[in-house]
Design a protein. Structure first.
Length: 183
């Protein structure tokens, strides 16, 4: 929870990927409150009992959402998918507005790779933005499992700059630091 709050403030892309990891971790723990507490909460150093209780409750709220959305086995919470949709809407705006000039240059390096990523992930219905998130998450999982570093590094090198810039712009827009419609 504490990490999620920090990531949400600092980088929306990292926040989304972190929540996807949490979803999979909770599934691996079979949504067991005892396993969640003993594995994820009890050993947290530097936290009070009240903080541990809040953190445990946060994990259990995610469990409840996964169950409510019928995503106990797979899939991602609607919350993160809505954030990705917001990011995709921003992407579409940046592709048209003067404020997106630098982003368009960054994205142009990624665009030729999207058909290959789409083929690898075998999904024609995803927006380009969601496709990128799924590719980054697949690369993360592949790296955790000890997969071939070359493929992972290639994916991350192609996708990360565009998603990183999109996330940075999203944060600035959210904080009111930039106006997309200003010349």
């Amino acid at each position: 929870m504490l990490i999620a709050l920090q990531k949400r403030r600092e980088n929306i892309a990292e926040y989304i990927l972190y929540l996807w990891q949490v979803e999979d971790l909770l599934r691996a723990l079979q949504f067991s409150p005892e396993a969640i507490y003993s594995t994820l909460v009890a050993k947290m150093e530097g936290t009070t009992e009240e903080q541990r209780e809040n953190i445990f409750n946060w994990y259990m709220q995610i469990v409840a959402l996964l169950r409510e959305e019928h995503k106990e086995q797979q899939g991602h919470l609607d919350h993160t998918l809505h954030l990705i949709a917001d990011l995709h809407n921003l992407h579409l705006q940046l592709m048209e507005l003067p404020a997106g000039e630098h982003y368009r240059k960054t994205y142009s390096l990624l665009a030729p790779q999207l058909p290959h990523l789409r083929e690898l992930l075998d999904n024609d219905t995803l927006s380009d933005t969601e496709l990128c998130f799924r590719a980054l998450y697949a690369a993360l999982l592949y790296r955790i499992r000890g997969g071939g570093e070359g493929a992972v590094a290639d994916t991350v090198a192609v996708v990360s700059p565009a998603i990183g810039e999109l996330a940075a712009i999203y944060g600035k827009v959210e904080r009111g630091e930039i106006d997309l419609f200003k010349e």
